[in-house]
Design a binder for this molecule. Structure first.
Ligand SMILES: [Zn+2]
Length: 171
């Protein structure tokens, strides 16, 4: 085999791998699409608060940016600082989204793996922990996994040192 055919073969293998990678990526998006649809619906509900949307790492992030008055007063009473639903993350603010991004990215991967079944698997894990006498949120298998990855991310640790966490994030 000469050098030219080696390059062609390598190039062909690379394009096949790229095509396969694209198929797998598309399948993950399709599998988690029902969850993403729910996420878009939640983002729609947040519209009255004022929402800023952006796409970060192929995920749609919605940062709630409340104006003044009653809507702003209601925001701290929400039971979460950020929530991931498929390829959608809704956060209480842009800085909050930055703070929890690597944690929520793990949840995105979990949705890609579990698809709509994640809506059953997550609460099931919480229920199992509750029945074991543990904390349903903090000891949830998916939360443990997300925290482990996020805590190992250097950038997150540096950001946490700057931004004090105002409360726990959900999902
Ligand atoms: Zn979480």
């Amino acid at each position: 085999m000469n050098r030219f055919s080696s390059i062609c073969k390598a190039s062909g293998e690379t394009s096949i791998m790229a095509a396969l990678s694209q198929v797998v990526r598309s399948a993950r998006y399709a599998w988690s699409a029902p969850c993403t649809a729910v996420g878009l619906f939640v983002a729609l509900l947040a519209l009255p608060f004022g929402v800023r949307a952006s796409i970060v790492n192929s995920v749609i992030e919605f940062a709630i940016s409340p104006g003044k008055g009653r809507l702003r007063a209601m925001l701290p009473s929400l039971p979460f600082r950020a929530i991931t639903l498929g390829h959608v993350i809704v956060g209480c603010s842009h800085s909050e989204l930055c703070r929890v991004r690597s944690h929520e990215a793990v949840h995105v991967r979990q949705y890609e793996r579990w698809g709509p079944l994640f809506f059953l698997a997550y609460p099931a894990s919480s229920l199992i922990q509750l029945l074991r006498g543990k904390r349903p949120y903090l000891d949830n298998h998916f939360e443990l996994q997300a925290r482990a990855v996020a805590e190992s991310t250097e950038g997150d640790a540096a950001f946490r040192a700057i931004a004090a966490p105002p409360g726990p994030e959900r999902l």
